[in-house]
Design a binder for this molecule. Sequence first.
Ligand SMILES: [Mn+2]
Length: 341
Amino acid sequence: MNSEDIKAIQELLAVPQQIVIIPHKNPDGDAIGSTLGLWHYLTNSGLSATIIAPNDYPKFLKWMPGNEHILNFERHNSQAKEKLAEASLIFTLDFNHLGRTGQMAPLLESSEAKFVMIDHHQAPSDYAVVTYSDVSKSSTCEMVYEFIAYLGGKDHISAEIANCLYTGIMTDTGSFKFSSTTSRTHRIVADLIDKGAQNTEIHHQIYDTNSPSRLHLLGCALKNMVILEEYSTAYITLSQEELDRYGYNKGDTEGFVNYGLTLDGIIFAVIFIENKEEGIIKISFRSTGNFSVNEFARTHFEGGGHTNAAGGKSDDTLSETVQRFRSHLKNYEEQLLIQSS
Ligand SMILES: [Mn+2]
């Protein structure tokens, strides 16, 4: 943020506002951690703020302090709509197109409120009075820490805020291993621990609260993995029938896609998950190095994201989608081979 942006934010927060904070649809650790971190900061500063999540999210994210105050737009629809109608200032966190809020998008597009965007994805759209967008940042949680620091509020980072922000930085960096993890990230995380983030407990809450059915589903996913050595690529499929067989719960497939990258020589990993209810195949893409899954997802699967992590979808059947995916690989053969050697 430049000094003009900081001044603009200070002026906005100096007058009474009805604030709403919004993460993207299907919120992840960074989306929930950043909205809750900012929410604690604003309410601790005496401001009135409400978080509205477009839809539900997995249980392993629900332990964060303040979670019980989050309105779910699907479940608390009339209350959430009321809050949106009253809103004078809306923070959108961890996304940069209003379409990423699903059903909420039309209400946001017609809202009279002023918007502030804090986000680290590529190609932000132009809806905010302050756009704090930085694709070099590991996570929106890291940016919320910087945001608070810009406002001179570092000393007001409570243990609650620290726990929320630590969670999002940890999940968005793959536990501090992705290339977006900088020395600055580690310094911020160190400061968050000093301020009360319970790092061991957070790791436990996120990674060590598996259900037996989730591990069995992971076993099925790994059995289904197809390795295409000639393209340094590995992909996983999960059909609706398989999800049903293992009693799938929301969030159960989180992280499955990363297993492909643990194979020696594999730099491109993909998971295709059938969703009969929505009639689509949901796709997650991961890579290491310079191979841009953001570009791949944008070009072929109506999605996007970051260089090394992106999402997409397909309206074709599972097998048609996989076939189409495989046919595209030929055009990336050189990039994939150069990268892996
Ligand atoms: Mn993020």
